[in-house]
Design a protein around this ligand. Sequence first.
Ligand code: 1S3
Length: 702
Amino acid sequence: MDPTPEEYYLLDISLEVANRIGGINTVLKSKAKATTDTYHENYALIGPYIPEKAVGEFEDEFLPEFAAPCQAFEKKYNIKVHMGRWLVNGHPKALLFEQAFEGDFWSNVHESRKELLDNYGIPINEPTPGKINEKFIWDALVFGVIVRFFLRELLRFQRDTQFVMNFHEWLGSIGLIFLERDMKPVKHTYLYVPGTVFTTHATILGRHLAAGKLDVYGSLRDIDVDAEAKKRGIWVEHAVEKWSAKVCDVFTAVSDITGYESKCIHGREPDVITYNGLDTSTVDLQSLHHLHVVQREKIRDFVRGHFHGALAEMDMDKTLFFFISGRNEYLNKGADVFIEALAQLNWKLKEAKSDMTIVAFVIMPAKHQGFLPDSLEGVAMHKDLQRLTRTIASNIGEKIVEMITRHGAVDPSSLLEKKDEVMLKRFAAQLTRYPRDSFPSVVTHKLCPETEVDPIIVKIRDCNLFNRPEDRVKIVWHPQFITATSPLFGMDYMDFVRGCHLGVFPSYYEPFGLTPAECMINGVAAITTNVSGFGNFIESSRKTSFIYQSMPPSIMGSPRRAGSPLGAKSASDDVLAHAAAAVQGFGAVKRRVKIQETSSPALTAKKFKALLQSGDKGRSNMWKKGSGCGFDGIYVLDRRLIAPDESCRRLCEVMLEFSRLNRRDRVALRNRIEKAGKGLDWKHLFEYYINAHVMAATRANE
Ligand code: 1S3
């Protein structure tokens, strides 16, 4: 009989526990509630202790089941373990290990490093200063060795517990390779052998191929993946990933496309597709519209401050907020296409003499030297003005009451006091003049010298987006994730999303892509692509995905399609052949997932489609039509079978159409999106992880 979740203890192991690097952090955080609802006290996460990130994210608590192994580990290796809870919905237990250490433990790191080389052909060298990828590898090694030695202690003390250990991504999975190695000779002495799951949220080779503008899904079958990884200088990451996929009991990927990719790259088909979900329990559908208005006001405050002196042409009631956000992978996340399409949109809106303004935010981290004084000052000045006007308004109110009750009439000329009038004049002078000889900055922070050549800023300049008064599209790059403590916005990321009108994520490589999903659950329209896991997930519910259908000529071979994503070729036979091959590959993965579906009550494509279609059917504009993005507010941009220029052109059209919606249309769209978003909750999707865990516990003990 398969074990049930009550019968084992689950550990999620990742470098992104209480440490945001990319999307894995969002996954672990958002599924914490569903995980603790299933496993209750039989669940903990293992991650690194990064002091500046742990503040406000983690609280200490004594965890009896870990006390003895932690004590033994600390004593043996002189590494501090922080035992406690991650302060996210679900409040899961967490063990965070300090990473900065010297002394005895180094010999363990070096020995383990040698084992990786001798037994697995994985050569890890000490990082060269300034080389970011080498630093990542080193961090992964150190974390992996810590996990290795901690798990030894844990298993020594907890011999009668059935563990399931879910390692995430190559960065967190070196410990898995060692666990398999360490367990092999002693397995028979354990009552329960720990089951292991390796979840890949992307492949390192896929990331690099896409960033090199190669059609990942079309080319994988034709390339020698190992040679390619070596050629691109990512052999270590690739080999860690490969070995992890090989030695784990259960291998999972976060979407069908990543499943296909993993199969081609690592030769192992995922046992389960563990689709990403979100925690919608904190989203109050009743008040989503109200929340949008409140948060939009905060973004407007930022805009008024940042663009002070340049607001004459911007009517806030006719200003929309668009945004892109995520890890700063310029090509993979589609920042190039976004900025290019914005430039086209700017031109079109100007041509049409539109009175709409689009403020487009780019939220992607990069090295900086703090906020720009001008932006900070503008925002602070605007806040001061708001405070002053609130006081004046309240004083005037009192005066009016006094005048009416005492004299029966109001004398408007004596309502505003002289001192207030002077202050207001001062603000007017400061806030309406151009404080600079250039235009409002396209970036909120002072960039480090190396960031001055970051492709984002280079592209903004190349596209001539300078926030000129006549520009209908303004752009603001915020090179830092948005947090509630930011003096510029003073809101957390989810509130920022709620305050915006449209999320634009034209990714070229996106294994899943939670950013548009986050928009969806918050009632915000979004654009994703047909090469993202989420885009395919959405298309599958509409039955238009190239993964889920056989290949109708109208889609794969239409003469409308100008070329392959490589840009160079036209829609030639080999592109179509690649696509056909990809479909076959996906078909195989899909069949495997089907087996999982029958054994769990997880969300089916049918149910999801019903949720999507629960909204009303619109008319003219593509955002209103059922065939486009009318039901669920998600537009899936083609980035697979058309040239990048054509993707930009289409993206521009889609954004233009959005800017033409009136307020009533936008409210109607929001209402439809809210309903559709419900299907993305972990309540439905966590079942896939449970399948994987049960399977791992079973296989490990067979
Ligand atoms: C990865 O994070 P990323 O932004 O580097 O994992 C995410 C969670 O599974 C996934 O949504 C995303 O597409 C991947 O790219």
